[in-house]
Design a protein around this ligand. Structure first.
Ligand code: SF4
Length: 287
């Protein structure tokens, strides 16, 4: 629950507010970019939602916020639990992000043979029940060391296998399966792992049909209106990350980019490919 006694004074006048426990992870701004804005170290409501679509975006942000800092003064009726939130063809945003992953988004691909959880939301009873109703989790696919969060608890609850690149394994010592090297590998039917060292040494992209789960290696930027990568949050090697994104462009042709941090996007595969190639060229030229 958001804390009205801790309401940030810079919130726009009106019912919706962010409290001062915000860690400025950016998740609300990626989900509802018109409503929320960053002041540099914390986010606030920039303009109150004025229509049902923006109100829904604010509720999605509220239920995704890792510090539960988003609320309303008038205690209007809540819409109930919104997550898992269907994005496309059995792929759900799980919301309920964890402060342990700095609010990174996690996803579930529900499949008859057992679901795939990509990175980890908070392990909460309500979300566990919802994931059970969708068929549970057979495999947890970790994109990199920063977004492990409660993956061990999810895996233990569902008896799931856990996949991680060997170079980020120390963050998930409970992992059962390791990806090694730089070559893309099909680890399960229809599930390709593409190593993309850069953000961390063991970063990978998981490709599933038209969807690429990109961790913190690639995202959409509402501000730029384009694909982006986080040079300022690159912990291993920026040149390696650009080389990885170049290999990613050759390894898969997704229509969806679903990141941990940053906004998600859905574009024709050809346009997404062109934007990815252009991003690499642009960043190399700027280096
Ligand atoms: S999602 Fe929560 S913690 Fe993250 S920036 Fe928004 S209000 Fe702050």
């Amino acid at each position: 629950m958001a804390r009205p006694d801790l309401r940030h004074e810079a919130n726009a006048e009106g019912a919706w507010y962010v409290d001062e426990r915000c860690i400025d992870c950016g998740t609300c701004r990626d989900l509802a970019p018109v409503t929320f804005v960053s002041l540099g170290s914390q986010s606030v409501v920039a303009s109150q939602p004025v229509d049902p679509q923006r109100e829904q975006g604010a509720w999605l942000a509220a239920q995704a916020c890792p510090t539960q800092s988003i609320g309303t003064f008038d205690h209007r009726p809540r819409p109930g639990r919104l997550y898992p939130w269907l994005l496309v063809d059995g792929v759900y945003d799980l919301g309920f992000t964890s402060p342990d992953s700095f609010g990174a988004s996690a996803y579930l691909a529900a499949r008859p043979e057992g679901g795939l959880m990509v990175d980890s939301p908070r392990f909460t009873a309500g979300l566990v029940r919802a994931v059970e109703e969708l068929g549970g989790v057979a495999h947890v696919l970790l994109t990199h060391r920063d977004d492990v969060a409660d993956a061990g608890r999810w895996a233990e609850h569902f008896g799931a296998r856990v996949w991680v690149h060997e170079h980020d394994r120390s963050a998930a010592p409970f992992a059962t399966d390791l990806v090694r090297g730089l070559e893309p590998v099909d680890v399960l039917p229809g599930v390709r792992c593409i190593p993309v060292p850069g953000h961390t040494r063991g970063s990978v992209v998981w490709a599933l049909g038209a969807v690429a789960f990109t961790g913190d290696s690639l995202a959409w930027s509402h501000g730029q209106g384009d694909l982006t990568a986080f040079k300022g949050a690159c912990w291993h090697s920026w040149p390696a990350q650009l080389a990885s994104l170049e290999r990613l462009a050759a390894a898969c042709r997704p229509e969806w980019v679903l990141p941990g941090h940053g906004a998600r996007c859905h574009l024709p595969a050809s346009e997404l490919h062109e934007r990815l190639v252009a991003l690499v060229d642009r960043e190399r030229a700027a280096a």
